[in-house]
Ligand binder design. Structure first.
Ligand SMILES: [Zn+2]
Length: 76
């Protein structure tokens, strides 16, 4: 059939630790002191992957806030 099996990168949700294809996850990148959803998954920097589970998203947001404080200190 000529359908070559493509290599699909696998990433893990940082919250529930489920592994799945990268494109199924939401990639967040820390840019300019903000965690930004990297819709095209092309932004430079360390990516944080979160699955589409609402619970994971909520926990991730809190985690990002905490992480931000840890990196940049208190106060906005
Ligand atoms: Zn998850």
């Amino acid at each position: 059939m000529g359908l070559a099996k493509k290599h699909v990168p696998i990433r893990m949700c940082i919250i529930c630790r489920t592994r799945m294809e990268k494109y199924k996850l939401n990639r967040y990148v820390l840019i300019d002191r903000k965690f930004i959803l990297d819709e095209k998954q092309r932004l430079p920097g360390r990516g944080f992957y979160v699955c589409n589970n609402l619970k994971c998203k909520n926990i991730a947001e809190k985690k990002f806030l905490k992480e931000k404080r840890k990196i940049f200190g208190k106060g906005d």
